[in-house]
Design a binder for this molecule. Structure first.
Ligand code: AMP
Length: 279
């Protein structure tokens, strides 16, 4: 496994590999969800690259960039066990050298939901993913459905800019009690961790209503709010039923949709999502 810190090293590696290249961009502190993406990429490609980069551009002022969990040594061990070919783990200055000023903005799809709560977040995501795609030049790139709006944003990005990368979305990997694996789960106090499975329980509750025929998006949203209201440690940021392609809020869930939420447990902000007929 080659561990590259510099763009030039990745380019040299890319010049030598033959066959298809699968790519998994991550911010590290790897868990079972990341490893599922890594395995999918391994299975579907001849060579595999993973990036580990906590991207400052996608964090707002006052967000958790500085305290975001990092453990490169442990991540490299896990990726070695997965037989990854290349890990790109650059410093911030390699991606954003002095004078860097170009940004990629996907427009309104990135301004709703996560984009409304975290202004500039998706500009940061789209910019770094574009740069990573230019460096790694993968055939396929793997993203998790947990970050459903991110999937929609990346798909829009590659379509609009004709970037020749196939975007593969992978189902969310969950702990036994339903909580989606997330690097941020480490922030949760024991009490918050006990309350956290309510997020997925609320989503699945509403999804059952949808499966039983409920198509009124507001009733689905209210069902999620009602379930979360039972959990005093959870403070809801938003609950959304949105078109899976455009992330526009729906009145009637009569097409492939994403039911998603963001919520605070203490100082930790978690997101989760399920698909309504989109898989
Ligand atoms: P992150 O390191 O949080 O930026 O995540 C890197 C990639 O892993 C993103 O495409 C995420 O959507 C994906 N991911 C994060 N958590 C999970 C999970 N529990 N199951 C599947 N994919 C995930």
């Amino acid at each position: 496994m080659l561990v590259a810190e510099w763009i030039e090293q990745v380019r040299a590696w890319r010049g030598h590999v033959t066959g298809s290249v699968g790519f998994v961009p991550t911010m590290g502190y790897l868990h079972a969800g990341h490893l599922e993406l890594v395995r999918r990429a391994r299975h579907e490609n001849d060579a595999e690259a993973v990036s580990i980069f906590v991207n400052p551009l996608q964090f707002g002022p006052g967000e958790d960039f500085a305290r975001y969990p990092r453990d490169l040594e442990c991540d490299l061990r896990l990726l070695q066990d997965e037989r990854v070919d290349l890990v790109f783990a650059p410093e911030v200055v390699e991606i954003y050298p002095p004078g860097f000023s170009t940004v990629v903005d996907v427009g309104s799809i990135g301004q709703r939901l996560e984009g409304a709560s975290r202004p500039g977040h998706f500009r940061g995501v789209a910019t770094v993913v574009t740069k990573l795609f230019m460096v790694v030049q993968p055939h396929r790139a793997y993203f998790g459905w947990k970050d459903a709006q991110q999937v929609a944003v990346i798909r829009k990005l590659v379509a609009d800019l004709a970037i020749p990368v196939e975007i593969v979305a992978v189902p969310t990997v969950r702990e036994e009690d339903g909580l989606a694996y997330s690097s941020r789960n480490i922030y949760l106090s024991p009490e918050e961790r006990r309350a956290a499975p309510a997020l997925y329980a609320a989503l699945t509750h509403a999804r059952v209503l949808w499966q039983e025929g409920e198509r009124d998006a507001e009733r689905l949203r209210q069902a999620v709010y009602a379930r979360l209201a039972e959990e005093p440690l959870i403070r809801v940021d938003y609950v959304s039923v949105a078109d899976a392609g455009t992330m526009e809020e729906l009145a009637v869930a009569d097409r492939p949709a994403v039911l998603s939420l963001a919520a605070w447990l203490g100082t930790t902000r978690l997101i989760d999502a399920v698909l309504l007929g989109a898989e």
